[in-house]
Design a protein around this ligand. Structure first.
Ligand SMILES: [Zn+2]
Length: 178
């Protein structure tokens, strides 16, 4: 089953199943795990992570991504909350990000912020991965983006559409215009 999601003015037929999730987790884990001793990236306070999220939200990059995803331009930054220590995953939606104590780091916040920005229903599909790469570049630097992109590629994570995912109606409209 697929559904239609708009991204940057084009409609795509996207599978409803969250088929890339595990590959995204694995790629990101491997990418950021190498640097678990990089102190400034880890063990941050909730206040620091909220400031980071608010800073992200004010950026032109996020404004541009919200437009591409057809999110409301006045959507507020998600609130960063602490989850229970035994929570298995960090969680996020447009309103809040819930982090267990073991996930108080920049890349997890960026992952959850990417969920708040990516179109509804995108889950961990290529639109999500494209948002993630832009956020990582903007807030961790080009070097990290390059590393993450390489890890996505090595794990078979797509961060761009396949041609056949562009909705047939969109092709028809494009053909009419010619
Ligand atoms: Zn996720």
């Amino acid at each position: 089953m697929s559904w239609r999601i708009d991204w940057d003015g084009v409609t795509y037929d996207v599978p409803q199943r969250d088929s890339q999730r595990q590959r995204v987790y694995d790629a990101e884990h491997l990418c950021f795990h190498w640097h678990r001793n990089t102190r400034q990236l880890r063990n941050l306070s909730l206040e620091q992570l909220q400031m980071l999220t608010d800073g992200l939200w004010e950026s032109e990059v996020v404004k541009g991504l919200l437009r591409k995803a057809r999110r409301r331009p006045d959507q507020r930054a998600p609130e960063v909350r602490l989850d229970k220590a035994n929570a298995r995953w960090a969680r996020g939606c447009a309103a809040y990000i819930k982090l267990p104590p073991w996930a108080l780091n920049i890349h997890t916040v960026i992952h959850e912020v990417a969920h708040a920005i990516a179109p509804l229903g995108a889950k961990h599909n290529w639109m999500f991965a494209a948002v993630m790469l832009e956020l990582v570049e903007e807030f961790m630097g080009l070097e990290w983006r390059t590393r993450l992109e390489l890890n996505y590629e090595n794990h078979g994570v797509r961060f761009a559409p396949r041609k056949d995912q562009i909705s047939k109606d969109t092709w028809a409209v494009a053909a009419d215009r010619r």
